[in-house]
Ligand binder design. Structure first.
Ligand SMILES: [Zn+2]
Length: 471
């Protein structure tokens, strides 16, 4: 049994494990039955490659016609086809609605910032990763790599009092990072991505920690809602670690499992605590998704002030958070869950609310049964369900097979019998069963699965015969 590490022995630039007993351990003396956690340790501490080079979600990007690399742009920039654009926008809306529920104020800010402004320059240095720069005239701008700049620039101009705190500002920001070319991969590492980025201004470190814990709980509950179990990596300054062990122990209860810590030198980054939540993909690889960070420097650096109860001006402690990680990685998680199903021998699928087509109607004879399909379609559409009709001139078997290979959650073949009885034989992808039901019952069943999620229309023609072949 390993001995706990004494707090006096904790050093900068080292890894530690905070175990469920609330003590720190050295990774090379630590073992656990939790293979996922040990994969995180192996990957981060010992730089071992996990799960091989291939990321299973990549094959789905073309199969489901989601996205493709854009050869006329820089590497790591994707073009989304209509299905992918729809999925991305559903996730953008969902992510926005999640923070609206906790009182966020959405804004839209610029994507480029002047590097001659000291606060911008310093933030860029402390961020420590490569960035895109543009110089259209004499001034040089940096493309935003997160939404910090725009929100901070806005907040420094505004009058804020202690009564406004915690103050939450949000932007779903397209962000640009000049990642290493060799690391670019599918949806997990791109040079342009969408970040649901929220900043929370708080009065002091105590309020920051309360708010932090609330966001931490939200990140776990959001992940668990979709079956994503996260493993936490804390990047932490040594000073903050020494002073806040009780706070860190209180977070452990939310994880319900050990966390990995990496200590950094105080003042090296803009944060004192930066938690990365790692999702475990279908090949066991931990991939960083959501984040929440405590920032004690940028309030002063950007000149963001609030008036406290006694009339004095103070700098807020700022939290940075992305509850679902980048939208691309959020989509990646759903695709990797599908890959897990495939590995278990199940049919891979997406949640119904995220599926571009939710119900497909297949008229046995496109000339005889189109009318009844259109009636069924209008009943389902009136409930906000995305429906299409495969009216192409092909055999029923072929059309069912195409619907299956597009992972459509509900498929109905409509012929004379269905037209007469008004009873549908519905193929349900999630269970593999064929269930007989009326259209109202089908509408009810699908609606239940859409409860609490954005309902956007189809981005392509409802009639398959009218779609261009590439969508
Ligand atoms: Zn930020």
């Amino acid at each position: 049994m390993a001995e706990p590490v004494d707090m006096e022995e904790v050093m900068e630039g080292e890894f530690y494990i905070l175990d469920m007993d609330g003590e720190l351990y050295y990774p090379d003396e630590y073992s656990s039955d939790d293979e996922n956690f040990m994969n995180l340790v192996r990957k981060e501490v010992f730089s071992e490659p996990i799960g091989g080079r291939e990321s299973p979600h990549i094959k789905y990007l073309s199969k489901l016609r989601i996205a493709e690399p854009e050869p006329y742009s820089d590497a790591g920039h994707l073009t989304y086809l209509p299905n992918g654009a729809l999925m991305l926008n559903i996730l953008r809306e969902y992510s926005t609605s999640t923070v609206l529920k906790i009182g966020a104020n959405p804004v839209i800010t610029s994507i480029m910032y002047d590097l001659d402004i000291p606060a911008i320059k310093k933030h860029a240095e402390l961020f420590g990763q490569r960035m895109y720069k543009v110089k259209p005239g004499k001034r040089e701008f940096v493309l935003r790599y997160a939404a910090c700049f725009g929100q901070f620039a806005l907040l420094r101009r505004k009058f804020i009092t202690y009564r406004d705190l915690p103050l939450r500002v949000f932007e779903l920001a397209d962000s640009y990072r000049y990642e290493q070319r060799g690391e670019l991969k599918g949806l997990t590492r791109t040079r342009r991505f969408f970040m649901p980025d929220m900043h929370v201004l708080t009065r002091d470190l105590e309020m920051a920690k309360d708010e932090f814990r609330r966001l931490y709980e939200l990140i776990f509950s959001e992940g668990r809602k979709f079956g994503f179990e996260y493993y936490s990596l804390y990047n932490i300054s040594v000073d903050f670690l020494r002073d806040n062990m009780d706070f860190l122990r209180s977070l452990l209860e939310i994880d319900g499992k050990p966390v990995l810590l990496k200590t950094v030198e105080a003042g090296k980054y803009y944060w004192v605590l930066n938690v990365e939540f790692h999702y475990i993909d279908s090949v066991g690889r931990p991939v960083e998704t959501a984040t929440v960070q405590i920032d004690i420097g940028n309030g002063e650096r950007f000149g963001i002030e609030y008036v406290d109860e006694d009339g004095s001006k103070k700098y807020p402690v700022i939290l940075h958070t992305a509850i679902h990680g980048s939208v691309e990685r959020f989509l990646f998680e759903f695709l990797e869950e599908a890959a897990k199903m495939e590995r278990r021998g199940e049919k891979p699928r997406l949640p119904t609310w995220l599926s571009p087509t939710q119900v497909r109607l297949i008229p046995v004879s496109p000339s005889d049964h189109l009318g009844v399909c259109e009636e069924l379609m209008s009943v389902l559409e009136s409930r906000g369900i995305r429906v299409d009709i495969d009216d192409r001139d092909a055999s029923v078997g072929r059309r069912v097979k195409d619907a299956e290979s597009s992972w459509i959650p509900y498929i109905c073949v409509v012929g004379d019998e269905e037209a007469r009885s008004r009873r549908l034989r519905v193929r349900v992808r999630a269970t593999g069963e064929t269930v007989e039901m009326g259209v109202e019952e089908l509408a009810e069943r699908v609606s239940e699965e859409l409860e609490g999620f954005p309902r956007l229309p189809l981005y392509v023609s409802r009639y398959l015969s009218r779609r261009p072949s590439f969508v």
